[in-house]
Structure formats: structure tokens, C-alpha cells
Design a protein around this ligand. Structure first.
Ligand code: B12
Ligand code: SF4
Length: 527
């Protein structure tokens, strides 16, 4: 039994966990990547993308693997991408298709109503996917697989949720070989997670929705936030260092420092075992004080990213359900700077009920904290989040907009505009100003605030271009995303050009092929 994952351009942590587990229990796995260069959550030029898409190349690769099950990770922004590929695959082969990850977790029936999707996996997928594979081999009944959605006579059936995995240390290390073989540029920087779940309840976030889903549907008491032991994490990084010669680690946990005891143990062990690999982590403002910042720095943490979202304390509390005080945010930024850790902060623009005074408060807070770098995103309303219910309640969205959001026809990414309603000139001026703020001297920011000048800042400037401009000026000595981004663009574009030339030559000289994967492989993979 071979499970093939179709990957949407990014390095997907969940797929690496699934593949490692499937291999551990005796299945084969494979990965085919869709480079999706010009139509992804960051860059959206659908026309260019359609012109440059190499559909046959990807389908041929899939067929060449002769998979028994094709699995796609589907976050909400990728639903249309997933459906497009599932339809294309179904037009060429009968292999069953399963969708997993957040979107099918919350909307299993809607996803199953599409003819091209045979199964959905809800929540953590390791055991469910392995049991689905067993069911396809005739070793168990589909109705017995917790967390699975399937069809009976075309009608969606959704089984009960599966309890969460309690002891994460029982899981194998993520399957990096799978990704590095298909996308060699990813081996610049090692990404992983030291745990699962996040203790907070932000209204715009699917972490909150997932936690609620588990609480409501799994009878046994469930601990949503779980952590690997510090020993496991140190062993994993040592293993990665030896196996891949890694130079930097990126911990993708939502909040690396929510448990001070764990952080103390981890940092002490990381130093004692002489891991000596610098790392990046995401942190939450309440959890950073002088002690934790110093500990993180001593163990090798060189950069963090921290969401503050808005400088308006009341709005943060009432609309976002983030109970952080302004003073905590400023203290965290100062503690990190004093410890020598570069701090990037994230803010969201276009929040429901946000006023000009709230935007001024955000600028004021940032001017006081002085982050090293920052990202300003537009709000993106995801279906099933609390903030969408709030916007509906306050009648901030029209029925058409709600329909578009709930059926996911509206997929502008966070930088490209999100689904904020407040994309008027004023918000756009503030957005552009905030993105450039790390490059401005404090006196200039305060001057603009005092004279109320930000509203006149050019609103036509593209935040995407501005963010990249600030990154050129404030260079991060080791930013795996930057390195990978450029390498990916180079490798994938080169591949595209080479295949186009090969095809042109083949056409000129009347020879078939040139599409990669080859006709032989293609016909072999058709069922
Ligand atoms: C790290 C991260 C990233 C990284 C790496 C991408 C990745 N997914 O690994 C980067 C920065 C690239 C990224 C980008 C984006 N991200 Co992100 N990201 C995360 C984060 C914090 C961790 C992901 C992770 O590794 N989890 C650990 C693994 C073990 O859990 P998992 O991914 O859920 O996988 C398990 C199950 O879901 C399931 N499963 C997952 N995939 C599949 C596939 C199949 C076939 C099956 C059967 C099961 C299955 O089994 C897995 C193992 O148990 C999550 C939040 C979270 N905690 O999940 C957000 C999250 C996934 N991201 C989110 C968003 C919005 C994005 C972007 C759209 C942002 C943007 N506008 O650019 C892009 C989309 C890119 C993409 N195609 O995924 C949202 C998605 C919300 C939604 N409703 O869709 C999340 C949930 C954050 C949030 N709380 O709201 N992200
Ligand atoms: S802290 Fe981040 S991951 Fe956690 S609930 Fe809030 S937005 Fe979501």
C-alpha cells in the first residue's frame, strides 16, 4: 500500500508527521509537489499561473508512483487548489483521494459532497490515515475508523472524532527525506514543532475552533496543548544536525514559551548537550519576561516572531479575546531586545469595529516597543472562526459576503488584502505606514502621530512590496524562508523552462514525450 501526498508548495509539517508514522507501521509513502508559483496565499497572479502551470508533468509524476491512495492537505485557502487537482486526477485514474487538515476537519460533509473527494480525515491524522489504508486493503470496515468521513451510495457519512494523541514522544521524527528529495531547497533551515495545540482562544484563529471541536465531540477529557519532552526535542535536533547538517532550526509551535518550566528545562538541556544550533520560535507577549528572554538567548534563540495584532487594548480584549496588557507587550519587546533576540511582530489591520484611534494606538505601541521587524496583515475571515460570527452578529458583512466566505470563493491572502472590510484609503494608509515603521526613527513616528499625518500616507503602496523592501534594508542573517523562497523560484522556474524547451524540441522533431514522468510511467499508473 503506497500513500502519495500532493503538496501545495509549502513544507507541510503535518504531512511529514503522517508520512513518518505510515512508514513506521509498514506503509510506503511518496510526495509530488505542485510549485504553484503564481497562485498561492502570498502571490496571486492566476492568469500567469494558468499559463505556466505544468499539469501533465505533475499528473505524470503521480501516475509514475502507482499510488493506492492520494492524500492532499487542505487548509481553507487551498480548498480550490485541492479540488482542482482532485478533479484532474480523477479524470486520469481511479485511485481514491483523501483530504485532511483544518478545512475538512471543520467542513467534512461539504467537502465530501464534491464527487472527486472520496474520504476526509478530521483532526490528527496519523492513526486515522493508517486505518483508512488498512480499510482499503480490506482489513477493517470504514465505519470503524474514528475521525474518518466517507461515502455510502454517494451520501457523506462522518464517523466520531478520534481522541488526541496523548504522548507525543511515541511518534517518530518528521519525515524530512520525503520533502528534501522532492524539494531539495527545503533543507536550508530545519522546521519542526516541540508540541501541538495553543493555550489561547483568539477569535480569528482556527486553533480556538479546533480546541472547541475536540471538547464538544470527544467524550474523554482531552488535553489540547501537549508537548514533547525536552529530551525528545533535543534528540531530534541532534539527529537532524547529524543527518542533514542543519545550520538553523525554526520551531513552528504557536507559542514556544507558554510553559516556563518546560522552557527552563529545554534551554538548560540544549546548552548542556552542546547542540549549538541557533533557532527561531514564535512567542506570545504575556509569556516573555527578562528571565525567559535571557534563557532563550543563552540557548541559541536568535529571532522570534510575536503577534500583538492591535495596539488598542480594549479592541484586543473584546474583539480578539486577547487579554494582554499594553505594558506586557512593551516589556516583552524590550526584554527580547536586551537579550539580543531579533523580534518581529505581527499586527492585523481591518479588524471589525477598528477606528482611526485604534490604528493610532497600534502605531503608538509599536513606536514604544520598537520591534526589529514587523508584518502587518489584513484580517482574513475563516469560516467557523468566532470573529466571523461576531462580524455576522454586528451585521458587518452582507449575506453575499458571508456566502462567499463560507463557500470559500474568496481567497485573497493576508498580504494581498485578506477579507477585511475596511480596505478604505485610511486603513491602507495606516497599513503602508505601519509596514515601514521599523525603518523610521522614533521622532518621525511621534511627529506624524502628533500632527495626525498618517492618514495622508500614500495608500496606493503595495504592502507586499513594502514588506520586501524592509527585509532588504533589515537583513536577517539567517532566514530560511528567504533562502528557500529564492531557491524555489530558481529551481522550479528552471525546471519549467527546461521542460518547455524539451517539449518544443520534441514537437519540432516529431518525437513524443518531454513532459517528465514519461508515457510508459503514465500508462502504467492508470487504473
Ligand atoms: C507552521 C504553519 C505554517 C507554515 C508551514 C505550513 C504547514 N502547514 O506546516 C507556513 C508559514 C508556511 C504556513 C503558511 C500558511 N498558513 Co499556517 N500554520 C502553521 C501552523 C502554526 C503549524 C502547522 C503544523 O505543522 N502543525 C503540526 C501538525 C502535526 O499538525 P497539522 O498540520 O494540523 O496536521 C495534522 C492534521 O491536521 C492532519 N493532517 C494534516 N494534513 C493532512 C493531510 C491529509 C491527507 C490527512 C489525511 C491528514 C492531514 O494530520 C496531521 C498530523 O496529525 C498551523 C497551526 C497548527 N497548529 O496546525 C498554521 C495554520 C495551518 N496556518 C494557517 C494559515 C491561514 C496559513 C496560510 C494560508 C497563511 C497565509 N495567508 O499565507 C499559509 C497556507 C500555506 C499552506 N498551504 O498550508 C491556518 C489555517 C486556517 C484555515 N482555516 O485554513 C492555521 C491553522 C493557523 C490558524 N490557527 O489559524 N503555516
Ligand atoms: S496565540 Fe496564535 S495560535 Fe494561539 S489562539 Fe491566538 S492566534 Fe491562534
Amino acid at each position: 500500500m503506497k500513500v502519495l501526498f500532493l503538496n501545495p508548495q509549502q513544507e507541510m509539517g503535518g504531512i511529514q508527521c503522517l508520512s513518518a508514522y505510515l512508514k513506521q507501521v509498514g506503509f510506503e509513502t511518496a510526495l509530488v509537489n505542485d510549485p504553484n508559483l503564481f497562485d498561492n496565499p502570498w502571490i496571486q497572479y492566476p492568469l500567469v499561473s494558468r499559463l505556466l502551470e505544468d499539469v501533465d508533468f505533475i499528473l505524470n509524476q503521480i501516475a509514475a508512483h502507482r499510488p493506492d491512495l492520494i492524500a492532499l492537505p487542505i487548509v481553507t485557502d487551498d480548498l480550490q487548489w485541492g479540488l482542482k487537482w482532485a478533479r484532474r486526477i480523477k479524470a486520469r485514474m481511479q485511485t481514491p483521494i483523501v483530504f485532511g487538515n483544518v478545512h475538512p476537519t471543520f467542513h467534512p460533509k461539504e467537502v465530501l459532497l464534491h464527487n472527486c473527494v472520496d474520504f476526509v480525515v478530521r483532526g490528527e491524522g496519523e492513526h486515522t490515515l493508517a486505518e483508512l489504508a488498512e480499510a482499503l486493503m480490506g482489513q477493517r470496515d470504514l465505519s470503524s475508523v474514528l475521525g474518518l468521513g466517507y461515502k455510502v451510495d454517494g451520501e457523506p457519512r462522518v464517523n466520531d472524532m478520534r481522541p488526541l494523541i496523548e504522548d507525543l514522544d511515541t511518534l517518530p521524527f518528521p519525515d524530512k527525506d520525503l520533502y528534501y528529495a522532492a524539494m531539495p531547497y527545503l533543507n536550508h533551515g530545519y522546521t519542526t514543532m516541540s508540541g501541538r495545540g495553543c493555550p489561547y482562544r483568539c477569535t480569528f484563529c482556527d486553533n480556538n475552533t479546533s480546541m472547541k471541536l475536540y471538547k464538544e465531540t470527544v467524550p474523554k477529557a482531552q488535553k489540547w496543548t501537549r508537548r514533547h519532552s525536552p529530551e525528545y526535542v533535543v534528540r531530534e535536533i541532534q539527529w537532524a544536525k547529524e543527518r542533514y547538517g542543519i545550520k538553523h532550526v525554526r520551531f513552528n509551535d504557536e507559542d514556544f514559551s507558554y510553559d516556563k518550566r518546560w522552557v527552563r528545562e529545554f534551554c538548560t538541556l540544549y546548552i548542556r548537550e552542546k547542540v549549538n544550533i541557533p533557532y527561531f520560535a514564535w512567542v506570545y507577549p504575556n509569556t516573555i519576561d527578562e528571565e525567559i528572554a535571557a534563557l532563550l538567548a543563552a540557548s541559541g534563540c536568535d529571532a522570534v516572531e510575536m503577534g500583538i495584532q492591535s495596539g488598542a487594548e480594549q479592541l484586543r480584549k473584546e474583539v480578539l479575546h486577547r487579554k494582554t496588557k499594553d505594558t506586557d507587550i512593551v516589556r516583552a519587546m524590550h526584554a527580547l531586545r536586551a537579550a539580543g533576540i531579533r523580534c518581529t511582530v505581527d499586527v492585523i489591520i481591518g479588524l471589525p469595529t477598528e477606528t482611526k484611534a485604534d490604528l493610532d494606538a497600534t502605531v503608538r505601541l509599536l513606536a514604544e516597543g520598537r520591534p526589529w521587524h514587523l508584518y502587518a496583515f489584513w484580517l482574513r475571515y475563516y469560516p467557523s472562526t468566532e470573529i466571523l460570527s461576531l462580524a455576522k452578529e454586528k451585521k458587518l458583512l452582507s449575506p453575499e459576503q458571508i456566502h462567499q466566505l463560507e463557500t470559500n470563493q474568496h481567497t485573497r491572502g493576508h498580504i494581498a488584502g485578506g477579507t477585511s472590510l475596511e480596505q478604505d484609503g485610511l486603513s491602507r494608509s495606516y497599513h503602508a505606514f505601519i509596514v515601514l515603521l521599523p525603518l523610521m526613527p522614533a521622532w518621525f513616528i511621534n511627529f506624524c502621530l502628533r500632527r495626525d499625518l498618517i492618514q495622508y500616507f500614500p495608500s496606493f503602496l503595495s504592502p507586499f512590496v513594502l514588506v520586501n523592501f524592509t527585509k532588504v534594508i533589515k537583513r536577517d542573517p539567517y532566514n530560511e524562508f528567504r533562502v528557500r523562497g529564492w531557491l524555489m523560484l530558481w529551481v522550479e522556474t528552471r525546471g519549467l523552462v527546461r521542460r518547455a524547451i524539451a517539449r518544443g524540441l520534441a514537437h519540432l522533431f516529431g518525437r513524443p514525450g518531454g513532459g517528465g514522468g514519461g508515457q510508459e510511467a503514465l500508462s502504467g499508473g492508470l487504473r
